[in-house]
Write a protein of this length. Structure first.
Ligand SMILES: Nc1ncnc2c1ncn2[C@@H]1O[C@H](COP(=O)(O)OP(=O)(O)OP(=O)(O)O)[C@@H](O)[C@H]1O
Ligand SMILES: [Mg+2]
Length: 257
């Protein structure tokens, strides 16, 4: 691996029965990059995220992250070691408040035992207070402070997506995978999201891979773009390179790339 290479995927394949959803994919992501992952519906973008986060088992290949092979590691292990993601279909505890959604995420990372939690030991109480403080700080970052006590289900679609991002940040990831974060957002929300993503990268140095169908957003935000089509990585490069790539134009057949 090169010194600033954060993630190196090589010869990665994922199959569902006879269907090869990811086929022999090689790609590298460098520290601090903000890259886009695009491709038509069913191209394998979400499946690639699932493989990177331990939610599906690749049939072959390697995923080297910070020098470690994650290929057979559990989702929990991978999350603890620095890769987190948001989901294309929002996954929140809908009937809980915004704040509690974040507190639960902190709990999953806490280091006190179940028993000390029940007995309310000093350590458990201290961690609990710490979690609350950090949850509020996170809400401030994503701009949800005034919604802290609302149930997640009552948030606008855009705010639910922001809450998902906040929850992903709780584990302090090195690599954040965003699966269509702008889906269902109105133009104002999309603009806010764009600023938030830039802020996360500049302020926390988080490396980000963004799956997105909103080409304006991708082209505005990302320095490098990967294109999947039928599970195959058909192109990678700068916005200009990808936009003028013949195979990409074919894959989208006249779509506005
Ligand atoms: N669990 C699964 N079992 C069987 N087939 C699956 C499964 N998950 C995905 N697939 C198939 O794998 C292919 C890639 O799907 P995937 O969801 O990764 O595409 P995508 O690029 O994220 O598409 P979209 O833009 O619509 O979200 C599709 O043909 C899909 O039907
Ligand atoms: Mg998808």
């Amino acid at each position: 691996m090169e010194p600033n290479e954060l993630l190196q995927v090589s010869k990665l394949s994922v199959s569902f029965g006879g269907l090869k959803a990811i086929s022999n994919v090689d790609l590298s992501i460098y520290e601090g990059e903000l890259v886009g992952l695009i491709g038509p519906n069913g191209a394998g973008k979400t499946t690639l995220f699932n493989a990177l986060t331990g939610l599906c088992r690749p049939s072959s290949g390697d995923i080297i992250f910070c020098g470690q092979n994650l290929i057979k590691k559990s989702a929990h292990y991978i999350c603890r070691h620095g890769i987190t993601r948001t989901f294309q279909n929002i996954r929140l505890f809908k009937t809980l408040t915004v704040l509690d959604n974040l507190r639960i995420a902190y709990h999953q990372n806490m280091r006190y035992s179940f028993i000390s939690g029940i007995l309310q030991t000093r350590n458990a109480r201290r961690q609990e207070q710490e979690a609350l403080k950090e949850a509020y700080a996170m809400l401030e970052i994503v701009g949800l402070t005034q919604h802290a006590d609302e149930r997640a289900v009552n948030l606008s679609y855009g705010n639910q997506r922001k809450l998902e991002i906040a929850r992903a940040l709780v584990t302090q990831p090195k690599l954040l995978l965003l699966d269509e974060p702008a889906a269902g957002m109105n133009p104002a929300e999309t603009q806010e999201l764009l600023h938030l993503i830039r802020f996360l990268r500049s302020e926390f140095g988080i490396t980000i891979i963004l799956i997105e169908h909103d080409m304006n957003l991708v082209m505005n935000l990302c320095e490098r773009i990967f294109v999947l089509d039928y599970g195959v990585l058909i192109a990678q490069g700068s916005v200009e390179e990808v936009r003028s790539n013949e195979q990409v134009i074919q894959a989208y057949l006249g779509a506005d790339v």
